[in-house]
Design a protein around this ligand. Structure first.
Ligand code: HEM
Length: 381
């Protein structure tokens, strides 16, 4: 295995479970992290679009407030669900990820500042959105810009961690820790790929809100369906073009993995593209027929498959980038059979806990909505 001197030696402790266990956990928890992030970022953008672009001001403000209330929940969900892949990435790729984090130390530390300020902004908008909608819109915009910046830092760090051959050049050009990875041709297409995906899932979040309101306030729910469904559809159409740009921006040897050189990668790529196109067609049909079941169940089911394919492809791409320096098979493994079942048990308990939290959150939101709808009808009557 080629080992440029700048790559630190891997942790001498053997892995406490086989490589594939951590690889599966990394991809699984990354998917959870990225879905929460997409709902938060896409939901925030949809809130602003509703507020500033809606023809019906009253409805636009209502969608804005409903979405703004979700943001202070979705941001910590993104953070908590980011910690798990952070741990797994350190276990498997620590020597790459630590070094890239050191190379871009200052922008990387600034992520914490951006997170804290964005969080305050979301709380402010959530509490004051009803009383001061104008200012709340500006505050959410500020927070969203910070969240876009955080995503950009993440993409810089991940791409930098996969390209050790440029570390030396970067470090000696600027040893002060202000390096980004702006010269990597795949950086912006990759980053945009994540951001456009966030807009699409933000649209789906609004479709889920339509589902929650379908029986209680059907007129509002139909407007939500049209607004969210269109947001999802246009963003996914843009994503098909953006995805091609991302593919073209990859080094040719890696690009060809998805174009026939690796059968699994090619199959995942095809399922991803076909699934995206199918979801656009189905959503268009759901909007035409105002079919909430198709929009809120069938389309998300297809998108779930697309996300799993894309996240797996992303991991295969990382291993392909790192192939000259890293082979998973070379990692020492000493499975800790006494601790491993405890770990899996705690992991499963954590997953169940999350599920219960989401069910409770949805129930609370539904009761709250019911209360508001009955107050509104009382006031109208
Ligand atoms: C709230 C704002 C955040 C946004 C917008 C965001 C966005 C992203 C994006 C776009 C990626 C993929 C980057 C790429 O592959 O090019 C990513 C990966 C990742 N994020 Fe986040 N993230 C956020 C917060 C966090 C936090 C707070 C943590 C840790 C606690 C975290 C942990 C991770 C990890 C570990 C990965 C990489 C996983 C891997 O390499 O497989 N993120 N994030």
């Amino acid at each position: 295995m080629m080992q440029p001197s700048l790559i630190p030696a891997p942790d001498p402790n053997p892995l406490p479970a086989p490589y594939w266990v951590f690889a599966v956990l990394l991809v699984t928890t990354f998917i959870l992290h990225i879905v929460a992030m997409n709902f938060m970022l896409g939901g925030g953008v949809m809130a602003l679009v509703a507020k500033w672009r809606s023809k019906d001001r009253e409805i636009g403000n209502r969608v804005f407030i409903d979405l703004a209330k979700k943001l202070p929940v979705l941001l910590p969900a993104t953070i908590t669900l980011g910690i798990a892949p952070l741990l797994f990435v350190q276990v498997l790729y620590g020597q790459f990820f630590y070094t890239s984090s050191v190379l871009m130390a200052w922008p990387w530390l600034l992520v914490l500042v951006c997170l804290t300020v964005a969080y305050y902004g979301f709380y402010y908008a959530s509490f004051k959105g009803g009383q001061r909608p104008g200012r709340a819109g500006a505050v959410i915009l500020g927070s969203i810009v910070l969240v876009f910046l955080i995503g950009f830092m993440l993409s810089n760090n991940i791409t930098l961690s996969q390209t050790p051959q440029i570390w030396g050049r970067k470090y000696f050009a600027d040893p002060a820790g202000w390096n980004l990875n702006l010269t990597d041709p795949s950086l912006f297409p990759r980053y945009l790929h994540f951001m456009v995906a966030a807009l699409a899932l933000g649209g789906l979040l609004v479709v889920f809100m339509a589902l929650a309101n379908w029986k209680r306030d059907n007129a509002y729910a139909r407007q939500l369906l049209q607004f969210g469904g269109k947001g999802f559809m246009y963003a996914t159409m843009a994503q098909v073009v953006e995805g091609v740009l991302f593919l073209v921006s990859l080094p040719s040897g890696l690009r060809l993995l998805f174009l026939g050189n690796d059968p699994v990668a090619t199959m995942l790529f095809l399922i991803g593209i076909l699934g995206s196109i199918a979801s656009i067609v189905l959503m268009a049909e759901a909007l035409r027929k105002e079919d909430i079941r198709m929009a809120a169940y069938h389309v998300p089911a297809i998108i779930a498959v697309v996300i799993v394919c894309m996240a797996t492809m992303r991991d295969m791409l990382r291993n392909a980038y790192l192939a000259p320096y890293f082979r998973p098979g070379d990692l020492a493994v000493r499975t800790q059979w006494t601790v491993f079942p405890v770990f899996l048990g705690v992991f499963a308990a954590g997953a169940i806990f999350w599920f219960v939290m989401i069910v409770r959150y949805r129930k609370h939101a539904a009761d709250h909505g019911q209360l508001r709808a009955s107050k509104a009808s009382e006031a109208a009557g």
